[in-house]
Design a protein around this ligand. Structure first.
Ligand code: MG
Length: 159
């Protein structure tokens, strides 16, 4: 078995859609980035790549590459997990936390897990999503950005 962690941060700005876990969530701001800036999917990709010893998302999908401009990050997850599978590993489970002061996200957990699981051709019960505010503290609490962290466990094959 192999373990990996991922952590990501993106800035919140007016005039961008908020995409988390591959799901567009109604909100007055969205995350800024070269891609759709899906902070949750990026943390999951980094955890997967880390567990497999494949570096990180920036190595495989550099933000200087125009091919990834505005890309739906679920496509990056598909490719990341493909690389993990090619090394002979499979997802046992992933556990993720989103750090966001607003909006409330719990109503979207199921759809996010389904969307990310589909990208990996696995089942949503392997992905747990949580969210927390930071009690108004720091860049998350001030509404300037969101963060996500993720831990992934890989096995020789899915059990
Ligand atoms: Mg990112």
């Amino acid at each position: 078995m192999r373990i990996g962690t991922g952590y990501d941060v993106h800035r919140l700005v007016v005039g961008r859609p908020l995409v988390l876990g591959g799901v567009t969530i109604p909100f007055d701001k969205g995350l800024l980035g070269h891609s759709d800036a899906d902070v949750l999917v990026h943390a999951l990709c980094d955890a997967l790549l880390g567990a497999a010893g494949l570096g990180d998302i920036g190595v495989h999908f550099p933000d200087s590459d125009p091919r990834f401009k505005g890309i739906y990050s679920i496509r990056l997850l598909e490719r990341s997990y493909q690389m993990v599978r090619e090394k002979g590993h499979a997802l046992i489970n992933a556990d993720a936390t989103i750090f966001a002061q607003a909006p409330k996200l719990s109503a979207h957990y199921t759809t996010m897990a389904q969307t990310m699981a589909a990208a990996m051709r696995t089942t949503p019960d392997r992905i747990n999503i949580k969210a927390t505010t930071t009690e108004g503290l720091g860049f998350v609490g001030g509404g300037d950005g969101m963060a996500a962290m993720c831990v992934v466990l890989l096995g020789a094959d899915a059990v």
